[in-house]
Structures are given as C-alpha cells and as structure tokens.
Design a protein around this ligand. Structure first.
Ligand SMILES: Nc1nc2c(ncn2[C@@H]2O[C@H](COP(=O)(O)OP(=O)(O)OP(=O)(O)O)[C@@H](O)[C@H]2O)c(=O)[nH]1
Ligand SMILES: [Mg+2]
Length: 451
C-alpha cells in the first residue's frame, strides 16, 4: 500500500517538514493525543487553537478549522518551544476526545498546512536523536520501554532510556581521550626523550579500570539480553505425558488441546508468562517418539529443535514409567514426573519434581524452581548495561583493543595510539556518534508511528 509519506520526494528537504501523528493508541478512546513537531508547529497551534498558549502549560481551548472557523473539538493544547522539547524542535500536543471522526477532522486540518505531513514510524524520536536530545542507547532504551511487558523489563529499559549506559560510555570515552592526549604529547616531544616510563605507567593506570568495567559488563551480558528477549522454556516428553495439561495449568487457560489420545499436540504452542517480572515463553510441543506418520514427524522435528535451543527443557514423563531424555549435553533439562494423583506408588528420582497438573499438587514446587531459575538467569540487582548484540559487539571490540594496548604498553607509541583509537571508536559506535547510518533504519523502523 502506498503511504502518504512515500511522496516525500516532492519536497526539497523532508527533514525540515513539520510532522504530525496520532501518539495515543487506537481510537475510540476517552482521549486521543495528536503530536506535531517542526518549524510550523507554532503557526499550527495558533491557527487551530486561536491563541498562542503559555509554553509547557496545558490550556483548555476550542479547536476550530482555520478556513471556516467551524469548531472541531474542545480539548487541551500543550506547546513546547524548541530546543527544550522532546525533538528539539517546536512541538505541540493536542489532547482531543478520542473519537474517530474527531481525530480524522483534526488530521484533515493539519494536512492542509504547508510543508506538513504525517510522520514516519519513529520519526519524532529520530529527530530527537539527530538534534542531540538522545544518544543511540537512549533511543534503544525508549523502544524497549514501549515494548516492555514485565516489571523487570520496564526497570531495565527505563534505566537505559534515562541514560544509564550513555553516561558510563561517555565517562569511559573521556578517560580514553585523556589517555590519547598523553600519547599525543609523547609523539610531539619525541626528540626530547625516549619513551618516558612514568607517562606509560600513568597511561596504564587509565586503561586498566576502563577495561575492567567493560569486562564486568561483558561477563553478565547474557542476563540483560535474556531479560530483553525473555526466557524460553520448552515442555517436552513422550506422547500423553501430560505436557499440554501442564502448559494449561501454568497459563491458567486452555491454550492447548488436551485429550487421552497420544499424539494430540502436533505443532509448538507458545504462551507468554510473567514470572515475578521476568518474561518467559512457555512452549508445549508434540510428544517425542518414533512416529511413521508424516505430519506428526514434522511436529516431532520442531519439538526437538525448540528443545535444543531453549533456555530450559521440562522433560515430562509419567511417574509410573519414567523416560530418560536424550538431548545434546548443552541442553538444560529438568526431569518432571507427572500424574502422581494416578500413581500413588512410584519411585522418586533424584532431582525430579513429581507433580499432578490435573490436581495442582506440587505445581508450586515447580513454579518456585522456575522463579529461581529465571532470577538467576537474568541476574538480580543492578539493571544490565548490555542489552543487545549491538552493545555486546561494541563492548567486546573496545575490550580487545584495550587488552592489546595494555600488552604493548611499553611498545611503540604509534601502535598504542592506534589501539586507543579503536577502543574510542567502538564506544562512539555504541552511543551513535559515528557509523550510525546502517543501524538507524533498523532501530527506527521498529518504533510505532507517533513515537
Ligand atoms: N489424572 C491425571 N491425568 C492427567 C494429568 N495430566 C494429564 N492427564 C491426562 O492425560 C491425558 C494426556 O494429557 P495431555 O496433556 O494431552 O498430554 P500430552 O503430553 O500433551 O500429550 P500429546 O500432546 O499427545 O503428546 C489427558 O487425558 C489428560 O487429561 C494428571 O496430572 N493427572
Ligand atoms: Mg499435548
């Protein structure tokens, strides 16, 4: 479908257009918020609200069509003059009644202003980034905050959106720039003395703590990424073991079909759980056995693949006839004995949880263990600094360059300077100071329109 914004090539400079979008969710709702940013925002506010509002204060006004003077709605107007605004440009928010016709009429009125067009996905945030209001890690934090489904995700995303990672990266960069200046001085006065051991010791004293900070963050990198993406827990086992019954019991709804016939579940069925603020995707799978039936075999292949890439596999088999799981050694598997309400006499197995998903017996034991597992996996305490592969790569390349510099600390000044530059550059890529073009499109495309 052609979008209005595809016609941007008509304009000399789309970056200077004034943009607008519905920033709140679906209409109909109690209130809809339309957002405007750009050079025209001030004129638009005056034309639609009939007056120039006090900056950053909400005023109740009647919005009217500027051509006919007919009222469109009565609501609140907020005006944020640039550069002290979210985007750095003049911005306005129109708080309207959230009905489709009201919103359509306001959008029609906005569309008639010159050099004014609907915003692309993430375009407000992109302008904030381009005007230096946010660095790249804060932009990412904002995207994660909007996507956050659980409490722990919210905390982690908020910390990053508020500059948690940016401040650290800037402090490391400042330290490394200071180190680079020491080296510059050495290059400039090269004829006066040979390598000055004192200066090199000072240099080493700057590099070591930065490298240690980066290493510490890398050591727990998986935790931040896991929390952002969520943990995957696969329920696997022989047919009829009670896998779907357990999924339904944990999800508190009939997500999967349960029947007494073996081979009921064919495809993987996913439900999202919130375990004490940590997002967990629980996946029910087809019973594993040697099947001749082609469709079931596809399901069994999928079940194996899901289990082997999961963070944890719950391996279910009936308490009266436990089955030993067969997975590659890297797979983390918990044996679970099921239907203990039917089989009162069974031999307990070391480390296995014996439960009944039908009666709920010992489900709390399983949940408690899942909770501990999730907490350990995402790490407790301080929100993680590394939340994406992009961050991990930048941290890893800065760390590697610093290690090389420390190894060659008494070596040639040019080599040292080269390693320092590489480390500084990795941090600059992280905060989006250099080399951003290839990541910007991907990051902003994932935003919604109006953000
Ligand atoms: N008494 C009792 N019956 C159970 C329990 N769990 C499951 N069942 C029954 O066992 C049968 C199979 O349950 P499912 O949950 O469909 O088993 P499954 O492992 O998903 O089976 P497939 O999808 O065919 O591999 C159904 O008749 C369930 O009602 C339990 O804890 N106690
Ligand atoms: Mg099933």
């Amino acid at each position: 479908m052609t979008r209005l914004s595809d016609y941007r090539w008509h304009r000399a400079d789309p970056a200077r257009d004034t943009i607008y979008a519905l920033a709140s969710g679906q209409v109909r709702a109690a209130i809809a918020v339309l957002r405007v940013s750009g050079a025209n925002a001030r004129n638009i506010v005056v034309a639609l609200a009939g007056k120039q509002p006090v900056p950053r204060r909400a005023s109740l006004v009647t919005f009217a069509d500027p051509r006919s003077g007919t009222p469109i709605d009565r609501g609140l107007i907020l005006f944020f003059p640039g550069p002290a605004s979210f985007t750095g440009e003049d911005c306005a928010e129109f708080h309207l009644h959230g009905g489709p016709a009201v919103v359509a009429a306001m959008i029609a009125a906005l569309a008639r202003f010159k050099n004014t067009r609907p915003a692309d996905a993430g375009e407000f945030t992109r302008r904030a980034f381009e005007n230096g209001k946010l660095d790249l890690t804060e932009v990412e934090g904002l995207a994660d905050l909007i996507d956050a489904e659980t409490e722990a995700q919210r905390r982690q995303a908020l910390c990053q959106a508020e500059g948690g990672l940016r401040r650290k990266a800037e402090a490391w960069r400042a330290a490394l720039l200071e180190a680079a200046a020491l080296l510059e001085a050495e290059i400039d006065f090269a004829d006066e003395a040979d390598v000055t051991p004192l200066a090199r010791r000072k240099l080493a004293g700057i590099l070591a703590p930065v490298r240690a900070d980066l290493e510490a963050a890398l050591a727990v990198a998986r935790a931040g990424e896991l929390l952002r993406d969520g943990l995957s827990v696969v329920i696997a086992g022989p047919p009829n073991a009670g896998k779907s019954t357990l999924l339904n019991a944990l999800a508190h709804r009939e997500a999967a079909i349960v029947s007494a016939l073996p081979g009921t579940t064919r495809d993987a069925i996913e439900v999202r759980l919130d375990i004490a603020g940590i997002p967990v995707t629980l996946i029910d799978t087809a019973g594993l056995h040697a099947s001749q039936e082609p469709i079931e075999r596809i399901g069994i292949e999928r079940a194996r693949a899901k289990a082997e890439s999961a963070d944890l596999v719950l391996w279910l088999s009936e308490a009266k006839a436990p089955v030993t799981p067969e997975f590659p050694p890297a797979t983390k598997v918990w044996p679970i004995l099921t239907k203990i309400d039917l089989h009162r006499r069974f031999s307990a197995r070391e480390g296995a949880i014996a439960l009944s998903a039908a009666t709920g017996e010992n489900l709390d034991v399983l949940l408690e263990r899942l909770l501990n597992f999730a907490r350990t996996a995402v790490g407790a305490g301080e929100p993680a600094l590394i939340m994406r592969e992009r961050h991990r790569k930048a941290f890893a390349s800065a760390t590697a360059a610093l290690r090389r510099a420390e190894t060659g600390i008494d070596g040639p000044v040019e080599l040292l300077a080269e390693e320092l530059r590489a480390a500084i550059r990795a941090l600059e890529i992280l905060i989006g100071k250099v080399d951003v073009e290839n990541v910007l499109g991907e990051i902003f495309a994932r935003f919604c329109i109006g953000k």
